[in-house]
Design a protein. Sequence first.
Lengths: 177, 919, 329
Amino acid sequence: MFRFPLTKKPQTSRKPFSVETLAKNSRLRGANVTQGICPYCAVGCGQLIYSKGGELIDIEGDPDSPISTGHLCPKGANAYQLSVNSHRVRDVLYRAPYSDQWETKTLEWALDQIAQRVKTTRDADFATRDEQGRLLNSVRSIGSLGGATIDNEENYLIKKLLGGGLGVVSIENQARI
Amino acid sequence: MPGLGASFGRGAATNYQQDMANSDCILFMGSNMAEAQPVGFRWPMEGKLKGATLIHVDPRFTRMSAVCDLYVGIRSGSDIAFLGGLVNYVLTNDRWFHEYVLAYTNASTIIDEGFRDTEDLAGMFSGFDQQHDSYDSKKGHWGYEESRPGNAEQDGSKHTPEVESAKDPHVPQGYSRMGSSEPYTSPYEDIINAPRDPTLQHPRCVMQILRRHFARYTPEAVSQVCGCKPEEFIRVAELLCTNSGRERTTCIAYALGWTQHTTGVQIIRTAGILQLLLGNMGRPGGGIMALRGHSTIQGATDIATLYDSLPGYLPQPAVHDPEHEDLSWYIEYGRMPTGYWANFSKFIVSLLKAWYGDAATPDNDFGFSWVPRVDGDYSQLAYFDRMSKGGVKGYFLAGQNPGGGGPNAGLHRAGLRNLEWLVVLDWFETESAVFWKNDPNAPPPSEIGTEVFFIPAAAAQEKEGSLTQTQRLIQWHKKAIDPSGDCRSDAWFFYNLGKRLKQLYAGSTDPRDQGLLNLTWDYDFDEQPRLPDGTLSRIEGEPDLEKVLMEINGHRLNEIDPRTGEPHLVSGYSELKDDGTTACGCWVYSGVFPEPGRNRADERKLSDNPIQPEWGFAWPNNVRVLYNRASADPEGRPWSERKKLVWWDSEKRSWVGLDKPDFELTKPPDYQPPLGATGMDAIAGTHPFITKADGLGWLYSPGIKDGPLPTHYEPVESPFGNLLYPKHSTNPTVRLFPGPLNHIAHMPTAEYPVVATTFRLTEHYLSGPMSRFNSWLNELQPEMFAELSFELAAERGIVHGGWMTIHTPRGQIEARAMVTRRLRPFVVEGRVVHQIGLPFHWAFAGEVVGGNANDLTALVADPNVSMHESKAFTCQVQAGRLEGQALHPTAPTAHWPTLDPIPDTPASAQPEGRIGHGK
Amino acid sequence: MASREHELSALPQTSDPPRGRLSQLLARLISPYLHGEPRGPVPEVLGRLIYPFVRGEAPKPQQATGFYTDTTVCIGCKACEVACKQWNQLPSDGFNWSGNSYDNTNELSATTWRHVKFIEQFSEQTSNVLAPMGTVSDESPLNRWLMMSDHCKHCLAAPCHQACPTGAIIQNEFENVYIQADICNGCSSCIAACPFGVITRSEMGGHSHKCTLCYDRQRDGLEPACAKACPTQSIHFGPVEELREQASKRVDQLHERGVPQAYLYGDVPSETYSAMHSFYLLVDRPSVYGLPDAPFNPWLHMMGDYVRSVAGGLVAIAVLLVVVFLLKP
């Protein structure tokens, strides 16, 4: 009865395991695994993204990545919360001029409205040549900012559409900042 | 990053992160890698376990300093003085790598007689234009000495006639062509044949100019300016010198602690000079690591969402007189006769073919006139300055938050309030989305006329695409789940917006609409895409981004691939042509999609080669260590067994090694270009920097707007004058944006005596859009604080853990006081100066909110890249709080992301935390 | 892709585990309770009463596993904290800035199973030359910033385990100390027993919680989330024997490199405490890191306490007898 069990190995076989303890295993069983890249800094860590039933269930490091060998920093380990998060906005929001609140709108409505705004502004401000007669073919009253946190292909589409298509000059991203 | 481009040819980190484990010594300066890139930092740590020495030079003792072997504290904004001191130390103590420097750099090149250094003009270079506060490199004779055929290596001391270059006169004032365009390198045309003096004795050879230029950067001067001790400086210098040479290599790593200065480009240039002198470029464990902070900030520069750059570092065309506005002149200005940029015409014509398809023909200059011309500075800073004064109508924000993260964020928000319409694509309601209702310093919503469209964006896991990380490695990420609700990828938004605009303009015959109407814009999936579990995606109208990547990679238009029935993909940029038979969206990425079904960005093959060349695809051409020809000696043998990487195999008559050679594979080391050679034929077998017109590393680089050699100037806001050049306190070419919202404390003033610097914490990201809505990160760093020394705290009566306020001419914020000995006062020029550190992660929107360090910084810009100076400015600090400014979170606390059970999972495999706490 | 992380996708979730005879019988009795079938008050009460007695046969013992935390390479990034919260889906503890260096977590608790400590040790001298830990140091050793990731020690003889009256705390097949949340009745004996302050009771669920050493992951051959995330490999996970060997080599290496202060904490038993399956490499006294310099297992008091109790009782009886008999007229 009075043992001093400081060095003695515990006898695990006689321990009272509950039903759920016995059935315990990871939730990754049967999940779909997708190889991703961490969206935070520029190290480019590999991530494994697990989903079940169309829902995200876990994101952890990809041990195969020669850059990160399975490790993640606190932000990378938090990537799950970028997707599963009650603060995420899931609807198109619209704020009318001088209004003090958002209104919920549909994607279709927003696309139509934005395309209309772009056309109106562009048609009003497109400059073919400057006062010295030099070729501009540019729109200087519309700009775009962002690109370093989205994908390369998205950057390409922005530059191609706004720059090559519409003549927008001020297309920028965080690279300078 | 022209700081690197001007020295070596390409504006990108030279080595890969894992290579830092091969370094014998790493100097971290302007970088806090352990905190900002913790996982990348595992490689320096591995190097350290193997015996490498890690040095941290920084104004603050950080979590990285804690694990480095040596920490030296220097005052913010004194980096060039410190690095210039290192250059001087290497030169005066004869510690430079003679063979390397003689063969691979322009040390022996003779500079034009008319050039005057800062030593001659008391802190200025020749050619300064007082009227425009800028240099005219031509008038300043910054170029190389003119060549005299058959006489190339003799003393060229005769007077050099004015060289008429087609380039310079047409570059308009105030438009930064160096921003990211590499080809603009020298005002002097005939670089390859410039006279040289291999004995390095000629008084006007680069080596002698360099020696004179840096002579005043003595250890004592360094100590005086930087506030460190001379022996600390010497210890760093000795460590660098003993860990460089044939057998050993040193790496220098930097980040925004260098770039966010009005002298940022020149700081990086000084490091380039140092690494060339020590012979560390192009070698394993060496190089300069530019540690970047966003997942594809490299890609966004390459592709390029920059106003002055087209994809692949081609310059955005600038305004010219009508005689010089066509494609042939653009090519004439942009190309270099020698080196890789001789292929310039192929790159631009292929880009135009990718954009305008069949409509781009030789007859219409391949649609070149549809590409907008730049007639001024349209960089973020300049544009928001314009916006705040009411000159902009519409704006798109794709995953960027200038209202919280822009320098002088208050001015940025004033800009947003002046817009007619704004489109925000983001995940959360960031400061830039709610500036009209939650900004405590703004007028009420009823006075703000901006129409705001918030498009909920898909998270990274909810879309596919590629990201280019800090070492130029392109990696594809797959889509794991559909975004919920109306969330859509940014690609979806711009693709569908483009479709709508094409419809709106359909039928227009106006010439100005033809660019849009002819834009190739067909990226629909061939069949509805599937999710990883095999079910069909719910999202309609998503573009197939692999098709976009194929367009970026390039096609041979005149050849149909029988496998796909589409034009043949090119396997690399060497296949590109300038006759309109190839299309390529970004030539540096060429090779990323070399054949149908082979997306190399998505390749995940591991091999025995430690470089892992089949994991992702690195531009250019999958090279992992740039300029790796320099890892071998001039004869093509590795400098040492320990540091071998790429070498010449004389039996195979080819360059071989672990990495893909960044050199023409079969060009032997003894190749000498014939007289009059052009393009790559003009590059000798011993010249590793192939995108430079002469193939050499440039110790002296005339293509930079603030001088061919780096010079120490104080930050725009500094409590000191310039000890090294008393007549010129700040960079004479700095760009200012005067206005009521952007006051600067120009002169050293008693009103703002404290130096402030901003920094990043591991636990947060940028201004918080990706971290301050996340409870697991918020609990780790919940509140804005300022780091200050015991001495400053005692002087101002500030108590640790209490409140303090920080004031600059732009704004004032409150913060909790973190009084710590990790910050120390500096003794500079015999005077004590205090410095504080401000994390830049908080603002007024989010689950946690707080004082915004960006509200304090100023809109000032480096002349080359329009980069601001958030790493060194002056402020005043006081104990206490701001009145009436208490901020309240705009998002309610959410301890958990969700409490719903994991689907299709028994109770025994549900997460432990949900078992115990949730139900 | 050969990594274990990829293979798991193909595995099915386990079904019911094997059980002993009595348990099978009991389980049948409370089956409606267990499987969420239509319940009435009777099966509900019956289920709750009987469930804790339904126990299975213990799995076969495996190689003992644990953590070895090398504090000299810790960069204080807190990846372990977030990885733990993410995997176990633990709630945040609220947003309170402590001012205690970069530590805003403050302590281990039922909802925080990993905690990174920050100890600033800087002298008043304004010298900027600092020789941080783990390296050549000829300067003042007092200018350093120590960081350490703390967690449950998974003691070989765990006082919490010994104190648990319900059998909720078990030593599982990996010799890790595990609290079975479905058995725990929230009595809090374990909290008092732990000399490291690891365990607290959840205010939400009412049960005690602490680090499980990612039991669920280990069952599937995965390493714990924190050790996997740790970017500089400060946290090592593996068989305890191998970890001890690795750790002692690292101590030797540090001694050679001029860090004579380096030592291991908890790798071997002391006179008053057992070995721990999670042990640390430290460079200063344990109390500097907030660890007890000499941890004491409360069981060691037990023999004396019992003897004293019995003796006291006997004396009391004797006194009573004396009083009763001697004072009896």
